[in-house]
Design a protein around this ligand. Structure first.
Ligand code: ATP
Ligand code: MG
Length: 245
């Protein structure tokens, strides 16, 4: 359902990604691995439509619809969700307000500050429990003073509640403790089971000890240099990227 065709991306006039082709099908977990600075986050931002990430060539298609020129909000409404490598703090915006605003936007509600329904609030509280955060986080300012692992848990909570078609997670395991990694892997498995397509960026295969990816693409220096099945992730964990560059 998500198709990236021959994508080239430029940031500040510098080409970061070239000739990227990849596909994430419904109910599929596609892992992207690669060294620091290889362009993984750039790929995630380009798909989500972040400003400053200029698509110089190629296309991004979701269920055959061309998203390449759409604004980030429009892409989100069409079903693209990005969990950031470093989720930004949002002073003054409660986590629950952020989630309800996003839900209401999807539903076409005009006044996004409209109070949540009991149903939304209940879903948020249940979700918090599931990701291992206490209920009090619903009323905390989103990501303000959250620890690294707490931010990651809050991101996956949003991925669960917003019901996107494609979930892109940029290093969802970074900063997480052992139980946190297992939990995130379990939730990724559930999202996959619901038929969502997952694009998961990571450095280490530790998350894949719990859940095996269907496909793995290796990104080095802005290009995909290898593609394979789940076993490729374990090979990288053992041998690094030397054999791919
Ligand atoms: N605004 C910018 N100006 C100049 N260079 C940039 C900018 N944004 C990204 N880059 C460069 O693009 C390259 C790819 O960065 P990116 O963040 O996509 O890497 P990454 O694979 O996600 O790395 P990491 O594993 O460290 O998160 C890096 O060399 C980075 O310095
Ligand atoms: Mg990155």
């Amino acid at each position: 359902m998500l198709e990236i065709e021959n994508l080239a991306v430029e940031v500040e006039g510098k080409t970061i990604l070239e000739n990227i082709n990849l596909r994430v099908n419904k109910g599929e977990l596609h892992a992207i691995m690669g060294p620091n600075g290889s362009g993984k986050s750039t790929l995630a931002y380009a798909i989500a439509g972040k400003g400053g990430y200029v698509i110089r060539n190629g296309k991004i298609l979701l269920d055959g619809e061309d998203l390449t020129r759409l604004e980030p909000e429009e892409r989100a409404l069409k079903g693209i969700f990005l969990g950031f490598q470093e989720p930004p703090p949002l002073p003054g915006v409660k986590l629950s307000t952020l989630i309800v605003a996003a839900l209401n936007k999807r539903r076409g509600v005009k006044d996004l500050t409209k109070l949540s329904s009991m149903r939304d609030y209940k879903a948020i509280l249940e979700g918090l429990e599931k990701v291992g955060l206490s209920k009090s986080y619903a009323l905390r300012e989103a990501n303000v003073g959250f620890s690294g692992g707490e931010k990651k848990r809050a991101e996956i909570l949003q991925a669960m509640l917003l019901d996107p078609k494609i979930v892109i997670l940029d290093e969802p395991d970074s900063g997480l403790d052992v139980e946190g990694v297992a939990k995130i892997a379990e939730i990724i498995g559930e999202l996959r089971g619901e038929g969502k397509g997952l694009l998961v960026i990571t450095h280490y295969a530790r998350i894949f000890k719990h859940i095996k990816p269907d496909k793995v693409s290796i990104l080095v220096n802005g290009k995909i240099v290898a593609k394979g099945g789940g076993e490729l992730a374990y090979k990288v964990d053992d041998e690094g990227y030397k054999s791919f560059s």
